[in-house]
Design a protein around this ligand. Structure first.
Ligand SMILES: NC(=O)c1ccc[n+]([C@@H]2O[C@H](COP(=O)([O-])OP(=O)(O)OC[C@H]3O[C@@H](n4cnc5c(N)ncnc54)[C@H](OP(=O)(O)O)[C@@H]3O)[C@@H](O)[C@H]2O)c1
Length: 325
């Protein structure tokens, strides 16, 4: 039986736990959070789900040291500020084979370097939860666009949490275009820096533009004054998609069909419908559709550098990291 540790039983952590109820392989789960309140709420959410019966036990703890000594996979669903410390603690006191990390993974490039080195030495494989790679719809987009042609991506909407969510979109652009080399060429972030909906973290609005090595172009635009849902436009030489994720709807057109617009519906799975699939694939095959940590670092790096630079410019204090999560 596989042993799964879930560290951080907050909003997303409790959704990971709900997904694990649907595991199709026998597992035991150990959940760690700082407060008993979070553990109680996560337990309630878990018990709400009609599971497969393959979760043999769930234990709830308030400290990492209470976990079993040997774990197969640890899901680190805390906020970014403590992620490094939590991973270090797991690595110091426990033995794990795999890690599944929430984004934003870390707040500084330095943390990435240190943890990537630590995991390499310990031979632990880690992936980052940018789950659009698991959506059937984006697999279709990738099949139609990811043949090496440069693409143009535009993601825009009102106040969609650039600090917290840009990594999802860079990851998505990489996934559909199969490109991995990103550069931000222009940053027009607003001077007013906002408080994140998650306490203690910051958010940005404004626009970022960038390019990839193959000549793809992207823009990320978050308008401070509006609450228009995000629209994702992806164009290649042979296909074009205008995606309204919040409506589960897209307009697609293919050159082969004379660029005739066609409306398609697609499903946006909840995290509670995904984690068990990612986890079982990792446990059984040692592989994942999610983004390997080292690759995700390449996507985090230009974002972290741009946000940190902007923050330091605005507040005139050297941070060396950026409090996004
Ligand atoms: N991949 C995605 O699509 C996706 C979606 C949503 C969120 N996220 C990311 O997931 C992260 C968490 O977001 P959230 O909304 O779930 O935040 P949240 O509700 O604040 O949850 C974070 C949890 O981490 C726990 N925690 C903090 N320090 C800990 C420690 N040292 N040991 C154990 N647990 C600790 C907190 O525990 P207590 O409550 O017990 O104090 C809290 O429950 C963020 O980085 C966010 O961006 C990703």
């Amino acid at each position: 039986m596989y042993k799964i540790a879930l560290i951080g039983a907050g909003q997303i952590g409790s959704r990971h736990l709900q997904a694990l109820a649907k595991s199709e392989i026998p597992i035991s789960v150990e959940v760690v959070s700082r407060t008993s309140q979070s553990l109680v709420e996560a337990k309630e959410r878990f018990e709400h789900i009609k599971g497969t019966g393959l979760v043999k036990s769930v234990k709830y703890f308030q400290s990492i040291k209470s976990l079993s000594n040997s774990i197969d996979i640890a899901i680190i669903a805390t906020n970014s500020d403590v992620r490094r410390k939590v991973i270090e603690e797991v690595m110091q006191y426990k033995k794990t084979r795999f890690l599944l990390l929430e984004k934003v993974v870390f707040q500084s490039v330095q943390d990435f370097h240190e943890i990537i080195d630590l995991l390499k030495i310990s031979q632990v494989k880690a992936w980052v939860n940018c789950p659009r790679r698991m959506y059937d719809f984006y697999l279709e987009v990738q099949k139609n666009l990811g043949n090496g042609e440069p693409i143009v991506c535009d993601i825009r909407g009102g106040n969609w949490g650039m600090g917290c969510n840009s990594i999802h979109f860079i990851d998505l652009i990489s996934y559909v275009s199969r490109e991995i080399d990103f550069r931000i060429t222009r940053s027009d972030l607003d001077l007013e820096i906002l408080a994140s909906k998650r306490e203690g973290f910051l958010e940005f609005t404004g626009s970022l533009r960038g390019v990839t090595r193959n000549g793809s172009k992207f823009s990320l635009i978050s308008d401070k004054k509006s609450n228009v849902p995000c629209v994702i436009t992806i164009k290649g030489d042979t296909s074009r998609y205008i995606i309204f994720e919040s409506k589960g709807k897209a307009i697609r057109a293919h050159k082969s069909n004379n660029w005739k617009d066609e409306e398609v519906q697609f499903s946006v799975p909840y995290q509670s419908q995904l984690t068990h699939l990612a986890v079982s694939k990792i446990l059984v095959t040692g592989q994942s559709d999610l983004t390997p940590l080292q690759l995700s670092f390449e996507f985090h790096k230009p974002l972290l550098e741009t946000f940190t630079q902007h923050l330091e410019h605005v507040v005139n204090i050297r941070y060396g990291s950026c409090p996004i999560t």
